[in-house]
Ligand binder design. Structure first.
Ligand SMILES: Cc1cc2nc3c(=O)[nH]c(=O)nc-3n(C[C@H](O)[C@H](O)[C@H](O)COP(=O)(O)OP(=O)(O)OC[C@H]3O[C@@H](n4cnc5c(N)ncnc54)[C@H](O)[C@@H]3O)c2cc1C
Length: 372
């Protein structure tokens, strides 16, 4: 008997919601499991050109001041190394997007899309897409091997008011505190002329948990010091939230259920990376746009294939495993490089940063890779 739904998407985070909208445009009947998130996330995501195109196409790209183009970026190593990036065009290197604003736009778009129905429990569907995030229960129930390597770090996120305007600059420091690595990023918010920034501070776990319990004034002081007063004194103006960090990837991304229907993984349910390069959601959005593109072939040459035809699912899995590998390795490689306590490695990485800074062609190539 055929299922009432073509697709069931488990998890209505940004990845699941985006996929629901992409597939509803193909006139597929979509069941979306989960309710809209409460607007409590203090994070802002760095989203690249591809993510912006996907979300803009769905009319879910937040406008300024909820999205701020980053015109330049400065990164400091832990012993005098420095790199600067300047946006090659007015569109910026990347955009910093307010998470609650993005979630609200996706949820409103879903509300007006009659081909999407929300559920609290998953109904039957020809194809189930698991977008439940890093701790996906469905992935566990399916017995998928999930290789995960926890970092001895948590990310602390909050928002700060800066003494000086950020001039659409993003800043990042790799530094060592009592022999342990921490990575602080300040991301500009509020559009042109704004003075607010989103903080992502990756710290040794004990220190992150201690700061989570500290007062806003204590965290403001710690952030002002860690940011070397570049934007003057910083004042915490939101709650302090922490996340454990890990590098992880599922071994298998698709397969059949016992009843002949099929499943695929997407977003953090399939992979997670360290947030030092702000790439996790960009990878998740690349997953769902690839899946939607592959399934779109049913409108033309592959019209005779079922939605859960292994031909589609394997193509999706192959393309995305290959597509994310370099980002996955680069994020982990950078974390390991800066985490290494050896003094000669420290000198080498800072020398590397300075040399890279002078190598304009390589810098431009790297920038273009990250932007897309
Ligand atoms: C501090 C920090 C900063 C980051 N910054 C960036 C950045 O700048 N740029 C970037 O690209 N990425 C960034 N990331 C990564 C990004 O947050 C994730 O990659 C992204 O949120 C993953 O989206 P998702 O929808 O796959 O998973 P999630 O956001 O985890 O959403 C999963 C959803 O599924 C729901 N769910 C879970 N289980 C079930 C179930 N059984 N049934 C139904 N629903 C379920 C959850 O409630 C949730 O709503 C950052 C991460 C951290 C921790």
């Amino acid at each position: 008997m055929s299922s009432p739904f073509d697709i069931c998407i488990r998890g209505s985070g940004v990845v699941g919601s985006t996929l629901a909208l992409l597939l509803a445009r193909q006139r597929l009947r979509v069941a979306l499991v989960g309710q809209p998130a409460p607007a409590t996330d203090v994070r802002a995501f760095a989203l690249n050109t591809h993510s912006r195109e996907v979300l803009s196409d769905l009319r879910c790209w937040p406008q300024p001041p909820h999205a701020t183009a980053v015109q330049s970026m400065q990164v400091w190593g832990d012993a005098g190394g420095q790199v600067q990036f300047q946006a090659p065009t007015f569109n910026g290197l990347t955009h910093i997007v307010d998470v609650p604003a993005l979630e609200r736009m996706l949820s409103e778009a879903i509300h007006f899309q009659t081909d999407i129905q929300r559920f609290d429990a998953p109904p039957e569907a020809t194809l189930t897409v698991v977008c439940e995030g890093r701790n996906s229960q469905t992935r566990q129930e399916l017995g998928v091997t999930y290789h995960s390597m926890p970092y001895a770090q948590h990310a602390l996120a909050t928002r700060v008011l800066c003494d000086k305007p950020h001039r659409q600059q993003a800043l990042q420091w790799f530094s060592r505190h009592q022999g342990e690595l921490d990575i602080l990023a300040l991301l500009p918010l509020g559009g042109h002329g704004g003075q607010e920034a989103a903080v992502v501070w990756s710290l040794p776990t004990a220190r992150a948990l201690a700061l989570e319990q500290s007062s806003a004034d204590e965290v403001s002081d710690a952030l002002t010091q860690a940011s070397q007063h570049v934007w003057g004194p910083l004042k915490v103006m939101a709650s302090i939230q922490v996340w454990p960090l890990q590098l992880a990837q599922a071994l298998q991304w698709s397969g059949p259920f016992e009843n002949g229907q099929s499943w695929v993984l997407a977003g953090d349910a399939a992979h997670t990376v360290h947030p030092l390069a702000g790439m996790g959601l960009n990878l998740g959005l690349a997953d769902v746009s690839e899946l939607a593109n592959v399934l779109k072939e049913r409108e033309t040459s592959a019209y005779w294939r079922a939605l859960n035809d292994p031909y589609f699912l394997r193509r999706y899995e192959r393309a995305r495993k290959a597509g994310m590998q370099s980002t996955w390795l680069a994020c982990d490689g950078l974390q390991r490089l800066f985490n290494h306590p050896n003094m000669s490695i420290q000198q080498l990485r800072n020398w590397g940063l300075n040399s890279f800074n002078q190598f304009n062609t390589l810098k431009l190539w790297t920038m273009r890779q990250a932007m897309h």
